[in-house]
Design a protein. Structure first.
Lengths: 343, 343
DNA sequence: GTGAAAGCGCTAACAG
DNA sequence: CTGTTAGCGCTTTCAC
């Protein structure tokens, strides 16, 4: 008995509360998790003592004992992209009041970083994953499918989903937008894109398909792997116009680029939409604020988050669920940056 | 012995690895945490088995046993505000390679939500807190000061910091910006603000002090508690101009509002800066992209994150640290939305 | 350089 | 409605 007692965190534990109340610690535990199984009066005394002592449960111990952490991981490519902040808000909303904690991770658009984060959150013992996109490293796919946790891939509709998926068809959206522009009478269309991830490439493919179907050229297309930002939009627009000065419309792979392109037009004195039409993609706030407002494709970002959370919750509560893929669609918003119909 | 064995997670544990290698589990644990204490050959065999079995350490168990989780909480008001995405990036950078995991939480600008998140992360056993701002509920202040963890308040310079703080003086920044505008010859200045949190109010106070010192009116001031966005910038500008049509300058409490105000000017045909000057605050990307570019105060957002992380790390590694307050300053950027000097 | 034993704080399982 | 016991997977402490 010379063994020194192990240094403890000094924090108030369930045992401290139990001793103070004069019951066993499991009763305290139950009062917190299954209050209906503890008598009214005792429950009140327990809560009084909890407040008095400032007891905060240790979730690590709880998770270790119960093999569930009541937390889920949400992995997005970027936190600076407004698209994902709305997805996050949706997921938060969806989990509000459920008792689940959302652990947020951002992959910086890197599959390797994603794989690393998956391991990290696995080691945190999360009960499920909500992950942007369907493009993972092989080892990440293995880890995910072997861990047996519910997984929801969001934003797009994967060909071979790991488990569940909620998103939209970006190729169809690109195609539909381009189709709408052709109907407005545009014939010489260009495309600029940055950070050409899978979803961005799908939009471009939709644009190409629509033009090809109409017998038009898809040559005026300029893309880069650099991260997207306003200034890049202006720069790409400038480069594209240099090569193709006769363009009457430039489709931008996202709203940031479109806004940047618009600012560049203002700088150069190019009148939008009279001399040049412009479209974005996503329907961020800025598209409704600029002068002129920007035509775009509105994607259901927040709803994707909410739906992912709610499907995750059902799975966590035992439902086996039905559909694998959930398509939330998109909406074409033609505004001031494209010529009016019949114009 | 009829007692059923407890259902385990089914995951590979340290014990599984140990059995396979033929050593005790503590050796595996050491090979991972203190590799230099395990012989070279054994270490290699261990790592081979870890890869083979796909072992992922259980951080909860580790944290429980060691009373440190190697994670810290980063609490920001908002994820959709670009200001904080750069702070987050800075913090991430600062912790990169340290072995610490950053757990991100957003309070939606609510002290109650903040207090709740503090409890949540405390129950996750984080080793420290980095928190935006100095305005907390009483109970949150108590919890934070009693938990004995290192705490870094960021963005501003609190009067009575909980522990450490890294930020800048927003009142001084507001004052300096306004002073610079007075030097450019502006005399009739207005102010619009949204989401008037503590930092926003400090900027306004700086603006007021500068005008008062110059004997000018501070009446043309319009603020709201609503969240800030582009459209609100336009709306507030409109309302302010209705009341004060002779204004020659409108200072916006942040860049979003300033951009929105600029778009509104374009819509109304008000030439910026010829007829009206405009300034923002923070120095977000958009301020360099619009036409005209926006004058603003550049705040060292990313550097604040990096500094907070690095101070947190020193504390976690035992340094008691020296300075409490760290002032990272600001930079006035006069660009195209204000008249040129001497103009 | 490696190991055995004990225990972190909690909950599952069974008992009354 | 409340309690007892065992153990989650890991690290600490002490021992060799």
């Amino acid at each position: 008995m010379t063994r020194r007692t192990r240094r403890t965190s000094g924090r108030v534990t369930l045992d401290d509360v139990a001793r103070r109340v004069g019951v066993s610690k499991i009763t305290i535990s139950r009062a917190l998790r299954e209050p209906w199984r503890v008598s009214e009066g005792l429950r009140q005394r327990i809560h009084a003592v909890i407040d008095e002592l400032g007891y905060i449960p240790n979730r690590q111990a709880g998770a270790l004992a119960s093999a569930r952490s009541r937390s889920i991981a949400l992995l997005v490519p970027s936190l600076s992209n407004a698209v994902f902040s709305e997805v996050i808000r949706g997921v938060d909303e969806g989990f509000a009041g459920s008792g689940y904690q959302v652990l947020l991770g951002h992959t910086s658009y890197s599959r390797e970083e994603e794989a690393h984060l998956i391991d990290t959150y696995l080691s945190f013992g999360v009960d499920g994953f909500i992950i942007s996109g369907s493009q993972h490293t092989d080892s990440a796919r293995q880890r995910l499918s072997r861990c047996g946790l519910p997984i929801c891939e969001i934003m797009e509709l994967p060909e071979s989903p790991l488990d569940m998926a909620v998103g939209l068809d970006h190729e169809a959206a690109g195609h539909a937008l381009t189709g709408a522009l052709l109907e407005l009478g545009y014939r010489r269309l260009g495309f600029i894109g940055a950070r050409m991830d899978y979803r961005a490439r799908r939009r471009l493919e939709g644009w190409q398909r629509a033009l090809t179907e109409a017998g038009l050229s898809t040559a005026a297309c300029l893309t880069t792997e650099s991260p997207s930002d306003y200034r890049l939009g202006g720069q790409l627009l400038g480069e594209l116009l240099e090569q193709y000065p006769a363009l009457e419309m430039v489709c931008c792979v996202n709203d940031d680029l479109a806004a940047g392109a618009l600012f560049e037009c203002q700088r150069r004195g190019i009148r939008v939409p009279d001399q040049l039409g412009l479209t974005g993609y996503n329907g961020l706030d800025i598209t409704e604020a600029t002068t002129p407002t920007l035509s775009t494709v509105i994607t259901p970002r927040r709803r994707i988050g909410v739906a992912a959370a709610s499907r995750m919750l059902s799975r966590l509560e035992g439902d086996q669920g039905t559909e694998v893929l959930q398509d939330l669609g998109f909406e074409i918003a033609l505004r001031e940056s494209t010529r009016p119909a019949g114009g």
